[in-house]
Write a protein that binds this ligand. Structure first.
Ligand SMILES: NC(=O)c1ccc[n+]([C@@H]2O[C@H](COP(=O)([O-])OP(=O)(O)OC[C@H]3O[C@@H](n4cnc5c(N)ncnc54)[C@H](O)[C@@H]3O)[C@@H](O)[C@H]2O)c1
Ligand SMILES: [Zn+2]
Length: 463
């Protein structure tokens, strides 16, 4: 037995008989010894000796009050999340996934049913080639399946009576945003935290929902209301999956790229102005298009991901309100389901309206507002819907968002230029009404009134 002292505190390191490792045991001083001041207690060695995960870490500090009746714990949880562009994730020449799963001899995967139909054989051949057993759960992941029941079904698959996944074993999730949300939440709940690797197969899950820390299901309150902050430990982005997407889904995802271009990256914005329409038509150069369009597709995806994770990754637990990726998402959660719009179209209407609001507030020039609206229109995204003139509904959406974002205000991200934004802490009702009127008048100039291509869920057979 060795006696040591850490920050003025007595500790005993005891060597257990079999394992040959030291254990830390803290010995509280007797009451008489307690100094009449605050003390900090740290713990040593557990990071090297007792670590439970390659991706998660944590530390804490406990500070005792001088009254011998209270103490305060401050704990920090750290995680590592890698995002990578890859070509041909299930091509045998690409060892990325094999290297991750080879040592375990198996890969436990949750796969979107449509993706399993299209890519299941390729996926099975990949793991068979590397002699890795593939235990798959094929999951229907429609928007209507985003329920606690689906999460529970996935949990059953991961649990004791299923694959009995340990808390260190990364689960592979392959699919769109619906699956990344529900399977990510199941992983967050399984053993309280189990890592997962995300292969996003839609534009939305590749650049937005996939690497996002927000895992969730719809609750009885509203969309995505139940969830946990649990990002994948590895996100693999392979645009080859986009070739089989309906074009409407490609366009839908482009709204999230424009969101990051407007608020964070002027170069990305210029790339989208020049190549956005071609990227939609060619499904990011997977159906047709030159090698150079392929390189542009990669650059656009990388820039969108980088801009997004620059803000998400440094605010994983949403402890700060400066979230540019919420641009276009302040009023839309209220009018999107009411008008049965595709999410991307609701976001682009929200972005266009937000740009006009920013003009009314003197934050944005008319020229920059026009560039934002023109870019959305050029790729077939909507910029206006008559539902915006329902002031009661818009005010309600604003009230909902203020409640969700906390007591401190609305914190609506609005552009201040191309590649920059600021946050409107409040939008008084009179200003909201004025901006709605201005946006309606502005959009009247468009022959289609600002409508987009395949803007409704029903256009893609989703309602
Ligand atoms: N957590 C977040 O931060 C976050 C961010 C954005 C969106 N989301 C959520 O993501 C969801 C939308 O995601 P989505 O747009 O990916 O929709 P989705 O998951 O419904 O996928 C769209 C459709 O494409 C199919 N599909 C998937 N990959 C395919 C492929 N490669 N080829 C052919 N078909 C394929 C799916 O089966 C589905 O029918 C919403 O529920 C939204 O709330 C979450
Ligand atoms: Zn979104």
């Amino acid at each position: 037995m060795v006696a040591g002292s850490l920050l003025g505190h007595k500790l005993h390191w005891e060597r257990p008989s079999t394992k040959g490792v030291y254990m830390v045991q803290e010995v509280l001083p007797t009451r008489r010894e307690m100094p009449a001041q605050r003390r900090s207690i740290g713990r040593e060695k557990h990071a090297e000796q007792y670590r439970t995960s390659a991706w998660y870490d944590g530390s804490g500090e406990i500070v005792a009050g001088a009254d011998n009746r209270s103490f305060c714990v401050q704990a920090t949880y750290t995680l590592e999340a890698t995002v990578k562009l890859v070509d041909g994730v299930f091509e045998v020449g690409n060892p990325t996934l094999a290297e991750l799963y080879r040592a375990r001899g198996r890969c436990v995967a949750v796969v979107d049913a449509t993706v399993a139909e299209l890519y299941g054989a390729e996926m099975q051949a990949y793991f068979a080639h590397y002699d890795i057993a593939l235990n798959e759960y094929v999951c229907r992941a429609w928007e209507t399946d985003k329920t606690p029941d689906t999460v529970l079904t996935i949990l059953k698959f991961l649990g004791k009576d299923g694959c009995d996944v340990s808390r260190n074993e990364p689960v592979l999730v392959v699919g769109g945003g619906v699956l990344s949300d529900v399977a990510g939440l199941a992983c967050a709940l399984h053993h309280r935290r189990t890592p997962y690797v995300m292969v996003g197969t839609t534009v939305v899950s590749a650049i937005d929902a996939g690497p996002s820390p927000r895992t969730c299901t719809n609750g009885s309150q509203f969309k995505n209301s139940l969830g946990s902050y649990h990002p994948p430990v590895l996100t693999l982005v392979d645009r080859r999956f986009f070739r089989t997407l309906a074009t409407g889904h490609v366009r839908n995802g482009v709204a999230e790229i424009i969101k990051m271009a407007v608020t964070d990256d002027p170069t990305l914005f210029a790339l989208m102005e020049e190549h956005g329409p071609a990227l939609v038509v060619s499904h990011f150069a997977t159906l047709e298009g030159s090698e150079s369009l392929g390189a542009i597709a990669d650059e656009v995806i990388y820039r969108a991901l980088y801009a997004y994770m620059k803000h998400e990754g440094t605010n994983m637990f949403e402890t700060y309100q400066d979230r540019p990726h919420a641009y276009g998402h302040t009023w839309s959660p209220r009018f999107e389901p009411a008008a049965k719009l595709m999410h991307g179209h609701a976001v682009s209407i929200g972005m266009a309206f937000g740009a006009t609001l920013a003009v009314e507030m003197g934050w944005l020039s008319l020229g920059d507002r026009d560039r934002i609206v023109n870019l959305c229109r050029a790729v077939g995204l909507s910029v206006y819907h008559p539902i915006l003139t329902d002031l009661e509904l818009m005010a309600e959406g604003q009230k909902n968002m203020r409640r969700k974002r906390g007591d401190g205000g609305l914190w609506a991200p609005l552009p201040t230029g191309i590649g920059a934004c600021d946050y409107a802490q409040e939008v008084p009702l009179a200003l909201l009404e004025q901006a709605i009127g201005a946006h309606r008048d502005y959009c009247e100039q468009f022959a289609d009134g600002g409508a987009g291509h395949e803007m409704y869920l029903s256009d893609l057979g989703l309602a």
